[in-house]
Design a protein around this ligand. Structure first.
Ligand code: NAD
Ligand code: ZN
Length: 349
């Protein structure tokens, strides 16, 4: 490693589920031959970090550092790595590494690899100044981008974009974005507009309504005020949304979306309320030819596309920048559904 890399760094340490999150000085990780070391400048705070902290993924969790929306600068390159140089801008995603050999990796569907490792879940993530990550799965970022803005694209952005692609919705069709005021929702609105879709955003409160409208939602439904959300969606869209993108954290809202999707339409499941279930009536699902699909982050190629759309100036991340020590405060706001857009940690603060 070059001598400019310090020996220790600041990190938010997560020792126990639901326990204290403390700012500590820890060693800088050593990189493996297949890895790069990224000096994380900014990291988005995703609701999945909060769910990890709340023990939502059980025994899968094995890390002391949360975070998986890191944007920074490469400071060291492993001996087997090609295609990366010191000084490059790099994005650290949820997926750290995959096996590169299984059926799914061979099909470029590496997100389905059973051997994948996950930053901020079973590898130390991006709520630290330096993060080691597999070079093949790190995202190349263009040099002109604002690193604070692009952090959230690495999870929220690509997941929203991939969910929209998965829905099969075509230009000029209606997409309902459920959870439109949050991190994924704010970006889903804009990716949907960039694809020529009409957007009805659903979320709760004045702040989320004005944010969704500002980001391009054609219509907004406040679920805390509107009694019959399904009827409202059906009225606005003239028969139901062609696609429903579920990026809320509410089991009830996800369940409800099945009732206002248009015939031949698709309900995409992205939000992960812990232990949640949906139930569907088989007869109308069959007669109306409704598709229900899960969608998980995005492949390397989905990520490249999401970054390209962002880098062309079509996406504005509505970010609030905080310091590393503010993560517990942000988690509290998130638990209360008070986050509008995305909070981003500046690791130098
Ligand atoms: P967030 O907290 O920023 O946003 C969630 C939004 O849902 C909030 O604005 C909240 O007000 C809204 N909401 C709550 N109840 C609602 C209701 N009844 N109707 C409409 N909206 C409602 O969270 P986020 O970071 O955007 O993440 C959203 C979800 O997506 C989380 O469950 C997260 O774990 C999950 N996620 C999934 C993937 C994946 O690959 N599938 C990737 C990233 C995040
Ligand atoms: Zn995430």
């Amino acid at each position: 490693m070059p001598s400019t890399i310090p020996k220790t760094q600041r990190a938010v340490i997560f020792e126990d589920f639901n326990g204290p999150l403390t700012l500590q000085e820890i060693p800088i990780p050593e990189i493996q031959p297949n890895e790069i070391l990224v000096n994380i400048k900014y990291s988005g705070i995703c609701h999945s970090d909060l769910s990890t902290y709340h023990e939502a993924w059980g025994s899968l969790t094995n890390t002391k550092v949360l975070g998986h929306e890191g944007a920074g600068i490469v400071v060291a390159v492993g001996s087997n790595v090609t295609g990366w140089s010191i000084g490059d801008y790099a994005g650290v995603k949820l997926i750290n590494s995959t096996c590169s050999q299984c059926e799914y990796c061979q099909q470029a569907q590496e997100i389905l690899c059973s051997k994948l490792t996950l930053n901020g879940i079973n590898r130390d993530g991006t709520f630290q100044e330096y993060c080691a990550t597999d070079a093949l799965n790190a995202a190349h970022l263009p040099k002109h981008v604002d690193l604070s803005q692009i952090g959230p694209i690495l999870c929220a952005g690509v997941t929203a974009y991939k969910g929209l692609k998965t829905s099969g919705a075509r230009p000029n069709e209606w997409v309902a974005i459920v959870g439109a005021g949050g991190g994924l929702g704010s970006l889903a609105i804009q990716y949907a507009k960039s694809m020529g879709l009409k957007v009805v955003g659903i979320d709760g409160g004045e702040d989320k309504a004005s944010s969704a409208k500002k980001l391009g939602a054609d219509e907004f439904i406040d679920f805390t005020k509107v009694k019959d959300v399904a009827k409202e969606v059906i009225d606005i869209t003239g028969g139901g949304a062609h696609a429903c993108i579920n990026v809320s954290t509410s089991e009830k809202a996800i369940q409800q979306s099945v009732s206002y999707v248009r015939s031949n339409g698709t309900v995409v499941l992205i939000g992960l309320p812990p232990n949640a279930k949906i139930s569907i009536d088989i007869l109308p699902t069959v007669l109306r030819q409704v598709t229900i699909k899960g969608s998980y982050v995005g492949t390397r190629w989905d990520t490249s596309e999401a970054i390209d759309i962002f880098a062309r100036g079509l996406i504005n991340c509505p970010i609030t920048v905080v310091g590393l020590g503010d993560v517990p405060k942000v988690f509290k706001l998130m638990e209360e559904n008070k986050i509008v857009g995305r909070y981003v940690v500046d690791t130098s603060k």
